[in-house]
Design a binder for this molecule. Structure first.
Ligand code: SF4
Ligand code: SF3
Length: 512
């Protein structure tokens, strides 16, 4: 086992991961990824695009998505059949060679290929969400094919660096596409979301897939159960199409990292539509359902039918036998501060910036996680001067979105655009502000202090670099898959910097 893909990596994880992935599942994931690269190599030589089904296999290998060895065996047989149907390519690699990324001997080549691979995992995840909402762009699948095939190509370090940066360009494409796709549900509105518990039994929906939430809301219209969002689903409350369901009762809990503490208090079943699933504790393991790319051994999986619909009757039947959720005693949460809603406030925001009442914006988007060092983000948010505004997206926000940080003349000091993919929304806001002030995006009073955990965050980071954002700070630790040489490239060309202490970083990011 050799896994370095997430922020919890033991550099590398070789015996099992803090995420719960064991050696057997890690080996099965490596086999799938290696076979995908062999398939991509043949498909590229034959100038054939990969089938969209490879997206789910890639997505399933993203951290905290799928822990079920059986699922990977099924992906492997499907990939093998596809591979065998293609003509042999000149110079193709052996299909049954050892598969781990540690087989790539040159550490800088391994680092660059790992960064690319992790970026396309994020690309596959976000593109899957866009596809279910009928937004497609074939060039994304072509890039994923070429990126996978590059594992076996004799490329220079510069060419590999170029591919990594190109992944950021596709990141910008897919995030824009998903932003458009999500508007199926209308434009998010700034919304205060209740975190109190109702008296009916509930179903908790977590992950990022809004289509699954929509289908479940339809299926439970008259079922006598309430639906609660969890984690990255908070933003659903801000979309006009979801506001019309009175049984979308509210939001329950903090980020994914709190699952084992909080889910026993929900009492009802939990539907995991995407990452992050933590191996369930016995107190609620019998209430967990998965769907899409998510899997956990022994857990019922709700499959999509050929027309894309899903049968939620088992989860609804179980919910009806459960107690209503317990109160967690949390304040209500504000969300829906996506680009349209924030840009509607632009004249006021510009006036406050010009008058010095808003001195700086700090983008604190990204992931949450279990690392104790992440209390840094709570302390950083608390220590920010009162004339600063936090722009956020992703589950990183749970470190500070319940703090009483107040507002600046009616503009909330934490503007939550939504899920990690909605980081794109923050860039749209930044570009519009740059336009309004007649300056470059790096000349704005905006700093970036990004928290990362998994591979979607890798793609978001590459996207920000592609969009020309400089001097991004990342934490709570640097990726284990980046070698010192590659880090130097990122530091020299983009000013990438690791986070350190709150006091030092407030200075480095010009917040004090
Ligand atoms: Fe380790 Fe992260 Fe890989 Fe899990 S996903 S095995 S914690 S590096
Ligand atoms: Fe979070 Fe898993 Fe990354 Fe979508 S839900 S941001 S970690």
């Amino acid at each position: 086992m050799y896994c370095t893909q997430c922020q919890e990596s033991k550099e590398p994880c070789s015996l099992g991961g803090a995420c719960g992935k064991n050696k057997i599942v890690a080996g099965a994931q490596d086999d799938v990824l290696y076979a995908l690269s062999c398939l991509a190599y043949r498909a590229k030589a034959a100038n054939i695009d990969l089938q969209p089904c490879v997206l789910e296999a890639l997505f399933a290998t993203l951290t905290n998505v799928n822990f079920d060895e059986q699922c990977f065996a099924e992906y492997s047989s499907c990939i093998t059949a596809h591979y065998n149907s293609l003509p042999k390519a000149a110079g193709e690699p052996a299909f049954d060679a050892p598969a781990g990324l540690d087989e790539i001997a040159d550490v800088n080549v391994r680092s660059l290929y790992s960064t690319l691979l992790f970026g396309i995992k994020g690309l596959a995840a976000y593109y899957s969400h866009a596809i279910v909402l009928n937004k497609t762009d074939d060039s994304i699948l072509t890039f994923i094919r070429d990126a996978l095939a590059s594992r076996f190509e004799n490329l220079t370090i510069e060419e590999r660096t170029g591919l990594v940066l190109e992944c950021g360009a596709y990141g910008a494409k897919v995030l824009a596409l998903l932003d458009e796709a999500n508007q199926t549900y209308g434009k998010p509105e700034i919304t205060s979301v209740s975190t109190s518990a109702g008296t009916k039994p509930g179903i908790l929906v977590t992950g990022h897939d809004l289509k699954d939430l929509e289908m479940l809301l339809e299926a439970t219209k008259d079922a006598g159960v309430d639906i609660y969002t969890h984690g990255e689903m908070l933003i659903a409350h801000a979309y006009p199409a979801f506001k019309k369901y009175p049984h979308l009762r509210g939001h329950f809990g903090g980020s994914w990292a709190e699952q084992r503490n909080e889910l026993p208090k929900f009492h009802g079943p939990v539907l995991f539509t995407t990452n992050c699933i933590v191996p369930p504790a016995p107190a609620y393991a019998d209430k967990v359902f998965t769907t899409g790319a998510v899997g956990f051994p022994g857990t019922p999986h709700i499959e999509a039918k050929p027309d894309g619909s899903k049968d939620f009757s088992a989860i609804i039947a179980l919910a009806k036998t459960c107690r209503s959720p317990e109160e967690l005693g949390r304040p209500d949460l504000l969300t829906g501060c996506a680009h349209d809603a924030v840009l509607a406030l632009a004249p006021k925001v510009i006036e406050l910036v010009k008058s010095g009442k808003i001195r700086r914006f700090v983008v604190m988007a990204g992931c949450d996680g279990r690392d104790k060092r992440r209390s840094y983000y709570t302390e950083f948010a608390k220590a920010l001067p009162k004339d600063t505004v936090i722009l956020t997206a992703g589950c990183a926000k749970y470190r500070y979105n319940a703090l009483p940080l107040g507002d600046i003349e009616g503009i909330p000091r934490v503007l939550d655009a939504g899920q990690c993919n909605d980081s794109y929304s923050l860039v749209v806001v930044a570009l519009a502000l740059a336009d309004a002030f007649g300056c470059g995006v790096n000349d704005l009073p905006i700093s970036y202090n990004i928290a990362w955990y998994e591979q979607k965050a890798v793609l978001v980071l590459l996207t920000l670099l592609h969009l020309g954002i400089k001097n991004i700070m990342i934490g709570p630790s640097l990726p284990a898959f980046i070698t010192p040489d590659i880090l130097n490239v990122l530091v020299e060309n983009f000013g990438l910097q690791p986070s350190s202490t709150v006091q030092e970083d407030l200075v480095k990011l010009s917040c004090v």
